[in-house]
Design a protein around this ligand. Structure first.
Ligand code: NAD
Length: 309
C-alpha cells in the first residue's frame, strides 16, 4: 500500500511504544500512514492498538512487514540488541530497510551499527528528538538528523510527518552528538534556573514576577519559558520525561567529553549534581523534580553535596 500524500510504500513500523513512540504512532496514523507497532510491554502494545496501530508478536515480524522502521528505545544498548540481535535486521530476509533511530543514543554506537547494516543493504539514520510527549503527539518534534544527503531525502516524508523543525546536522552519528549536547544544556539550565529562583525570592521578589521579568529578559531559556510554567510552578511534574533518562543523557555527555578530551568544568559540576540526585529522586520521577534538589557546595566549592550531609 502506498500513502498517496507521501509516496511511502507499505506500513511504517515503530519499535518502542513508550511515552515518545506512542505519540509518534498517533501522529503517523493521523497523517494517513498504516502503522505497525511492537513493544516488549503488552500494556504499551494495547495503548498503541487503541491509537490505531496494528500490533505484531515479535520484532522479526515487524522487520518483515515494514520497509521503514522507527526506533524509540531507552538506550544505545537497546538499539543494538534490536538491530543486531536475534530477530534483528542482521538476521533478516535481506530486503533493504530504512531505519530512523529517534532514541537518544550514542554517536559511536550509531556509526558502528551503520557499518554493520550498510553492507547488508540497509539504511540507518539518526534522528533524535526534542519537544517531549506533546511534540510527539502533535507531530511538532524538533529533529536533529544524521545521515547522507540521499538517505536524509529518503527519510523526509516520515520526518516531516513527525517533526516541526528538522535540521540535517551532518553524517550518520551527528544527530546523536547534537542531541547529547542539547540535553546537557537542558540539564544544566534546570539547575541554574532553580538557583536563580532561590536567589531572586531570597532577595524579596515574588516568584511569578521573577519569571515574567526573566522571560522578557536575556536570561530566559526553554526552562524559564516552558518547564517552570508548565510543570514546576503548578506542581504538575508530568512532562513524560524521567529523571532516569535525563541522568542517562548527562552520563553520555560526560563520557563524550572525556572521550574527546574536552574540558567543561561547569557542565561537569552539573553532571555530578545530576548523578547525586539519584539519592533523592527515583528513575521514574519527572526530570523537573531536579528543581527541588537541595544543594550546597563543600568548602572547596567544587564538590557537590546535598544539604544536611
Ligand atoms: P519510555 O521508557 O517511555 O519508552 C521506551 C519503550 O521501549 C518502553 O515502552 C519499553 O518497553 C520499550 N522497549 C525496551 N526495549 C525494547 C525492545 N527490545 N523491543 C521493543 N520495545 C522495547 O521512554 P521514552 O520517554 O518514550 O523515550 C524514548 C527515547 O526517546 C529515549 O531514548 C529518550 O531519552 C528519548 N527522548 C524522550 C523524551 C521524552 O520527553 N520522554 C524526549 C526526547 C527524547
Amino acid at each position: 500500500m502506498t500513502n498517496s500524500n507521501t509516496g511511502v510504500n507499505g506500513a511504517i513500523g515503530v519499535i518502542g511504544l513508550g511515552n515518545m513512540g506512542l505519540g509518534m504512532v498517533r501522529t503517523l496514523v493521523r497523517e494517513g500512514f498504516a502503522v505497525i507497532g511492537f513493544d516488549l510491554s503488552g500494556e504499551r502494545q494495547d495503548e498503541a492498538a487503541r491509537a490505531g496501530a496494528a500490533i505484531v508478536a515479535s520484532q522479526k515480524e515487524l522487520f518483515k512487514s515494514c520497509d521503514t522502521i522507527i526506533l524509540s528505545l531507552p538506550t544505545a544498548a537497546h538499539v543494538t540488541a534490536v538491530l543486531t540481535g536475534e530477530g534483528g535486521l542482521a538476521d533478516g530476509d535481506g530486503a533493504p530497510r530504512l531505519v530512523i533511530d529517534t532514541t537518544t543514543s550514542e554517536p559511536d554506537v550509531t556509526r558502528n551499527l551503520d557499518q554493520i547494516l550498510r553492507p547488508l543493504g540497509h539504511i540507518l539514520i539518526d534522528a533524535p528528538v526534542s519537544g517531549g510527549q506533546a511534540g510527539a503527539n502533535s507531530g511538532q518534534l524538533t529533529m536533529m538528523v544524521g545521515g547522507s544527503d540521499a538517505d536524509f531525502a529518503k527519510a523526509m516524508p516520515v520526518l516531516t510527518a513527525l517533526g516541526g523543525k528538522i535540521t540535517h546536522v551532518g553524517p550518520v552519528g551527528a544527530g546523536h552528538a547534537v542531541k547529547i549536547v542539547n540535553n546537557m544544556l537542558v540539564a544544566a539550565h534546570l539547575l541554574t534556573m532553580s538557583e536563580a529562583i532561590r536567589l531572586g525570592t531570597a532577595a524579596g521578589v515574588e516568584v511569578e514576577h521573577l519569571i515574567s521579568a526573566l522571560n522578557a529578559g536575556s536570561g530566559r531559556s526553554a526552562i524559564s519559558e516552558v518547564n517552570y510554567p508548565k510543570w514546576v510552578m503548578n506542581g504538575a511534574f508530568d512532562s513524560g520525561f524521567t529523571m532516569g533518562l535525563m541522568r542517562k543523557d548527562m552520563r553520555l555527555a560526560m563520557a563524550l567529553a572525556a572521550q574527546k578530551d574536552v574540558a567543561m568544568p561547569v557542565s561537569e559540576l552539573a553532571g555530578a549534581l545530576w548523578a547525586k540526585s539519584a539519592d533523592a529522586f527515583a528513575d521514574d520521577a519527572d526530570f523537573n523534580r531536579i528543581t527541588e534538589f537541595e544543594m550546597t557546595t563543600d568548602a572547596t566549592g567544587t564538590h557537590p553535596i546535598k544539604a544536611g550531609e
